[in-house]
Write a protein that binds this ligand. Structure first.
Ligand SMILES: Cc1cc2nc3c(=O)[nH]c(=O)nc-3n(C[C@H](O)[C@H](O)[C@H](O)COP(=O)(O)O)c2cc1C
Length: 210
């Protein structure tokens, strides 16, 4: 079994990074021989999409020049990590009501026609099926469903959509809300840790019965 851990916060005292760390600990306990692939997007040189990138991504793979292959090499490596993983845990800080820029840059490299999305007669089909994803978010405020601020959560709906677009439909979200300084921060973080520990062992129980 392989777990891909993705972090996307630049902060040293990042809450989402603390959560992904706890998930890895819990997963490792259940899966002592499992392999962990670490991808810290805050220290990864993530290229932005350029004209060369688009031209290369849409070209016939057999006709790619060495320069075009080089342009796609970061995308190839990041996709390879996702393909190898059985479970993916993503640490996602909320920035400006959505995901942080490094996570968006990762998505731009991983969502690729012909590699992770195939276009057929019935439209797009994501190919990364059968993997489990756990997204651990951290937010300064609260965006609980049913509250007036729920409508400003452009993080979970966007991530659900784009992950499903590449075939990742088995996705669990656990939110550490109210992480701005104050008395609500610690209880919310502890509740998230408890939930993610349950999620890590539930995943292993399901895997064992499959
Ligand atoms: C640039 C920036 C933008 C932020 N935007 C929001 C926001 O729109 N809504 C919110 O609730 N919290 C916002 N926050 C607070 C973060 O979501 C919070 O600090 C969270 O813990 C970040 O995750 P991290 O600790 O893993 O970095 C923002 C923080 C930063 C640094």
């Amino acid at each position: 079994m392989k777990l891909l851990r993705i972090d996307s916060s630049a902060r040293r005292n990042s809450v989402s990074r603390q959560l992904t760390g706890k998930f890895v600990e819990a997963w490792k306990k259940e899966n002592p021989t499992g392999e962990i692939i670490e991808r810290d997007l805050s220290t990864t040189n993530l290229p932005l999409i350029t004209d060369e990138w688009v031209q290369s991504a849409y070209a016939d793979p057999s006709s790619l020049t060495p320069a075009q292959k080089q342009v796609l090499s970061a995308s190839d490596a990041l996709i390879d990590e996702v393909v190898k993983a059985d479970t993916i845990v993503i640490g996602a800080p909320m920035h400006n009501f959505t995901i942080a820029a490094p996570l968006k840059a990762w998505i731009d490299q991983v969502v690729r026609v012909g590699k992770t999305v195939l276009w057929g007669q019935n439209g797009p089909r994501g190919v990364l099926e059968g993997k489990k994803v756990v997204v651990l978010t951290s937010r300064g405020g609260s965006f609980r469903p049913g509250t007036p601020t729920a409508q400003y959560d452009y993080q979970e709906p966007y991530l659900r959509h784009i992950l499903a677009f590449i075939g990742l439909t088995d996705v669990t979200f656990i939110h550490a809300e109210n992480q701005k300084p104050g008395e609500l921060a610690e209880p919310s973080r502890s509740a998230a840790i408890e939930q993610l520990q349950q999620a890590a062992s539930a995943q292993n129980r399901r895997a064992a019965t499959q």
